[in-house]
Design a binder for this molecule. Structure first.
Ligand code: PMP
Length: 296
């Protein structure tokens, strides 16, 4: 089955999908995006993702191009046309195409692009062995709460990780604290058994997976503290894990040269990973597959 992209009101073959060279997303990274997981044909936590999309647009004063109901229809249709049961939908909105000038164009029409693709299940080894992470200086701007398509520091960080066989790069602020991963939120479990993750300030993206995992942790009766933690604290922690729409709950068993605990994923990371997998599966179980729109 050939892939289909949504581009400004039209469904087009993926390989022919194009935007104008003066799209401000292309020239200035003047736009925002969302990635939502599709599980069993249904979206996982669509409400919070679309809330965050609307917030990102508002913060950058980019007009929402359509009603949420219309947006939901397009999302459902893009997934359906690509026959995606387990995968992701990518939604990108930019300020529009206009003659190049840094200031906003007088009349800008928000440009909308969507793609959807299947994803493979994670290797089983992740459950027990977890993954490696490296640390890199956080060289990003002061509004990391906006899910902007301006991702160059994240791109460079992830590439550094890949080059040494690591899964993720963790950003470290000037004060030695971990802000978040290049595309994930970061967590530790302390020796006292406390779950720690940074509070959702403008220094990090407020992850939708992070919120879901906070709810699960509360149900599990875990003690959760939202505060910064240092790289030194993370390396000495009982457990470390990261969360995102595509990593789910991913145990981290090595940071730089430091092996975390015994080098295997810890019991809390495993528990939360399993509970989050059930949370995703529940999204798929709640619909009959043919009518994903009802979940939006
Ligand atoms: N932080 C950053 C920088 C990210 O790019 C992402 C992935 N979008 C996350 C955190 C995790 O967010 P979510 O759980 O909503 O995917």
């Amino acid at each position: 089955m050939s892939r289909v992209a949504y581009v400004n009101g039209r469904y087009v073959p993926h390989r022919q999908a194009r935007v104008h060279i003066e799209d401000r997303g292309y020239q200035f990274a003047d736009g925002v995006y969302e990635v939502i997981a599709v599980s069993g044909g249904a979206l996982v936590d669509p409400g919070p993702h679309l809330d965050r999309l609307e917030r990102s647009l508002r913060e950058l004063r980019i007009a929402m191009p359509m009603t949420r109901a219309a947006l939901s229809c397009v999302i459902g249709e893009t997934i359906r046309r690509n026959d995606v049961v387990d995968g992701i939908i990518y939604i990108q909105m930019t300020r529009g195409a206009a003659p190049r000038d840094h200031a906003f164009p007088a009349r800008a029409e928000t440009q909308v692009v969507m793609t959807s693709r299947r994803s493979k299940p994670h290797p089983r080894a992740y459950d027990e062995d977890g993954v490696k992470a490296i640390t890199v200086p956080d060289i990003r701007w002061a509004r990391c709460d906006i899910k902007s398509i301006s991702l160059l520091p994240n791109v460079l960080a992830k590439q550094s990780a890949r080059e040494v066989g690591a899964y993720e790069a963790m950003f470290v602020a000037a004060d030695g604290t971990v802000t978040e991963g290049s595309s994930t939120n970061a967590w530790i479990v302390t020796a006292a058994g406390e779950l720690v993750t940074r509070a959702p300030t403008s220094e990090i993206l407020s992850g939708i997976t992070r919120s879901a995992v906070m709810d699960i942790a509360a149900e599990e009766g875990l003690r959760l503290v939202e505060r910064p933690f240092s790289v030194t604290e993370a390396k000495a922690a009982r457990e470390v894990f990261i969360t995102s729409t595509t990593a789910f709950v991913m145990p981290v068993t090595q940071i730089d040269e430091a092996v975390i605990a015994n080098g295997k994923s810890g019991s809390i990371s495993r528990k939360l990973r399993a509970r989050y997998a059930a949370h995703m599966a529940a999204a798929g179980a709640s619909v009959d597959g043919a009518s994903q729109r009802r979940t939006l």
